[in-house]
Ligand binder design. Sequence first.
Ligand SMILES: O=c1[nH]c(=O)c2[nH]c(=O)[nH]c2[nH]1
Length: 302
Amino acid sequence: MSSTLSSARYGKDNVRVYKVQRNEDGTQDVTEMTVCTLLEGDIAASWTHSDNANIVATDTQKQTVYITAKQHPVNPPELFASILSQHYIDTYPRITAAHVDVIVHRWTRMEVEGKPHPHSFFRDGAETRVVGAVARRDKGIDVKSGIKGLLVLKSTGSQFWGFHRDEYTQLPETWDRILSTEVEAAWNWKTFTGLEEVQKEVAGFDQAWKDARRITMETFAKENSPSVQNTMYLMSDQILAKVPRVESVEYSLPNKHYFEIDLSWHKGLKNTGKDAEVYAPQSDPNGLIQCTVTRQSSGAKL
Ligand SMILES: O=c1[nH]c(=O)c2[nH]c(=O)[nH]c2[nH]1
């Protein structure tokens, strides 16, 4: 044969899990997640020689998600993903890497008659908290945390000017525009030596998510943005400053354009520039701006 299997992984995607926690005071907490597990290791023979001996069935992987959710905490998701990925490594000698992705969906407690309701929740937006853990045999656990689907808009306080112009350029410079994006942010934790080290960071995971979310929104709101590029860099820089164990931060931000509409053809209606009030939101095409910002090593040599 002239071909070789150069990479392979397999598992179960879209495993939906819900867990309730019944508290002593009568209140309940709920968590709903979508999990993906992918395994790597000595598994090539399944592809190349129809030999499934080392294949942990994707159904088995799914059952393991449920059992792990039953027997362990599902919060914070970084801990759950780490426990699950390490389980596959500890249980199956032929598996060398286990990738576990967890998407946490929002169930926000209802306020009823001005009080938090003990067991009723609502979906307050498509935003999710996302986590990826990769356990590698003898190499610890890599954890990545993030936010997806957080839709934000500011109606002023954004500019874009001074960009390169040539015979392909039509876009006018602007000192006042609408800025809207759907935030995808991620922060990568320094590799954990194992589950014990992950366990020690439990409070830090929730705090980092809160800080990253707050920094994202505060920076978006407060900065008179010269570009999406600059705004996302400021966000990344602040997250790195706030969370020492985080080594790099990534943002991927679509620029969701809102076009002015010239209505002067209708009785001279003024609706552009400083008179613009009615805009046409665009679904596509959209700008897409991405970056990874990495902590600068201190440079201090011992
Ligand atoms: O913030 C922006 N960055 C760009 O690179 C760009 N390009 C563009 O057409 N509009 C914008 N806005």
